[in-house]
Write a protein of this length. Sequence first.
Length: 514
Amino acid sequence: MPESAHMAASLRSRELAGWDPVSGSADADWLFDLGVARARSRDLSRNHGIASGAHQTLADNIVGTGLRVVPTPDYRALGKDKVWADEWSKNTVSRWRAYAETTECDASGQSNFYGLTSQVLRGGLLNGESLALPLWIDGRGRYRTKFQIVESDRLSTPFGQLDGPHMRGGIEIDDYGRPLAYWLRKSHPGDIYLSFVLNVMDWERIPAETGWGRKRVIHVHDKERTGQSRGKPILTPVLTQFKMLDHYQRTEIQAAVVNAMIAAFIETPLDSQGLIELFGGDVTSQKYQAYLNLRNEYRTPLKGGAVVPLAPGEKLSSFTPGRPATAYSMFVESLMRHIGAGIGLPYELLLKDFSKTNYSSARAAILEAWRFFLGRRSWLATLWCTPAYELWLEEAINAGEIEAPGFYDNRFAYTRCRWMGPGRGWVDPMKEAQAMQIRMQTVSTLEIECAEQGLDWEEVLEQQAVEMAKRKELGLPDPWIATSRQPLQLAQAENEEEADKVTDPVPAQEKQAA
């Protein structure tokens, strides 16, 4: 048989001959391994500090204290103008906040919408997916739309059924792969060991939507391949490295503890036969047995200033193990960089270690991580935040609180929105503030700059107006006038003399005259 045209497909190469991975569909490759990988991911997050820290870093930067909705209705499609859109958005946001910033949105009455969003994200990171059930509950607050977060372990194929063309991991699908219904256990499978749980082996079929198109299940997960029905934990590609690192670190720590101790041996020139002869050759003698008991019970006191009594011919020998390894730090750092690349976090953020990083490197690492954070934020907003907002908005419109004629015919135009999360932050506030002013004088806007810092540009302007009015009332100068033009002029200055004129615009002659 001739050699393959592509070395990657070679069956004769010494390096590749034994590499014959499984080649199945997305679900065939993953559904069987899902339970084990999910449990291992959660175990690492519970018991490994760096894995837990990685999840916390992702949650802090993607969600932080919560995502804020900014309604952006398509006023052109609705035949309206920008003024109408701004007023409609302000009215909608005020009512949404009254719902989202309280526990009214949670079926259990324990979390607000931002807390639910954090649960959904953490479920996606730990388990690879999250499930939320939109419920309609009367008599508990102003709105009846509530959300119940369900652990994805409960989503599974019922006992006695098998996965097939129209059942994948507990999800009924049609011929095109569209979910029709979800099969959920009535209790968590891990509760089977609790005596009071009797319905672990009972499943409930929940349709994906109502007859008029209202969602009944929100399934948040990522699709790496077409046809993939269930999500993967973010640590899946690096679970092996994380576990081996855990073993290695424990071994090195144990060796370091041993090194911190003083270990010693007592050596004697007498072998067993010589010892017997010392007591007259009688192993049954009372003196010989007393000597053995004394030696077995004796513990040498290794203390500062202690005098250690030894038998004739004995000597005390110290023992020092040759660990931990001198290359421990470099090896762990190299492995951490590999793990960080696998989960989308730079080494500096994974370990919160910027001791070996200068300004340029730190900014490059943060910018690279920020692209990943924004992608995950968009994913979370698309699959969870916007669907939840649409369900609430539908109820508010039907209740007459928000005016939206022709809502069902123009659903997308009314529900169009974006979500703002925590800001990117600054590495060097002075440099980046100057760069922001230069951008605003050339290609950027206040809305864009505020969004990068997690701020609402209209709220910023309104607050500035209040502060400027107060300054004027108290006779204080406006700090913005003297500094607003300097950054761009500094950037355009060709020499130090011109730069000095920008930072100190008063001519030298006027200073002398003064």
